[in-house]
Design a binder for this molecule. Structure first.
Ligand SMILES: Cc1cc2nc3c(=O)[nH]c(=O)nc-3n(C[C@H](O)[C@H](O)[C@H](O)COP(=O)(O)O)c2cc1C
Length: 190
């Protein structure tokens, strides 16, 4: 299968980078054709501007960068997002990627009966690192909120299936806990 990994972190020494390297290694070992997008290294511009709205809703031309990233999405059978949780949400860099690349007419459209996802047949995995322990985010409902917004609000809306994996307590936890997370990626990436 074709696996596209979309990585969002500014620090090459972060745990998120260690996760993305492991995901890539395992995907290649499992004989998947694998590509990685590093949004910070690409210096992706996440700010939605008027030409984006013209493209999405007014028959305008696709901005060149958007066109290239849409080709990656079209190519992929599975898209694996790896990122840290910032203020309970994806980093603004990745949110801007979704805003600009998952456009009306490409990722979804509206019919008389309502919205229709145009990316059916693709699957999404979100691997999200959190500073807070998973037990806390389970208990206070924030894991559920994050899953609902991302899975239902974005990816299922576009016709894809989606699942979320949380690695909790990433900053304050022990080295052993972080190693266990890295080990578990072999089971997450099939
Ligand atoms: C701007 C910012 C906001 C953050 N907000 C949250 C948050 O809402 N919930 C949480 O659990 N951790 C939060 N964190 C902690 C990060 O999720 C944590 O530092 C990260 O997962 C550690 O992985 P890293 O080494 O790859 O950065 C935040 C960190 C930053 C820098």
């Amino acid at each position: 299968m074709k696996y596209l990994i979309i990585y969002t972190h500014l620090n090459p020494n972060s745990f998120t980078k260690a996760v993305v390297d492991e995901v890539e290694k395992i995907a290649i070992n499992k004989a998947h054709e694998t590509k990685v997008i590093d949004l910070y290294a690409d210096e992706f511009n996440p700010v939605l501007k008027f030409p984006d709205i013209q493209y999405s809703f007014m028959d305008g031309e696709a901005p060149k960068d958007v066109e290239i990233y849409q080709q990656y999405i079209t190519w992929a059978d599975r898209i694996i997002f790896v990122y840290p949780l910032w203020w309970q949400q994806m980093p603004a860099m990745l949110k801007g990627f979704i805003d600009r690349v998952f456009t009306n007419g490409y990722a979804y459209m509206y019919e008389e009966s309502g919205p229709k996802g145009l990316l059916a047949g693709k699957s999404v995995q979100l691997i999200i690192n959190t500073g807070n322990p998973s037990e806390l985010l389970e208990r206070n409902g924030l894991h559920t909120a994050v899953k609902k917004v991302n899975e239902e609000g974005i990816f299922e809306f576009c016709g894809m299936t989606a699942e979320t994996i949380f690695f909790g307590d990433v900053a304050m936890g022990t080295d052993n806990e972080r190693k266990e997370y890295l080990k578990s990626i072999g089971e997450i990436i099939d």
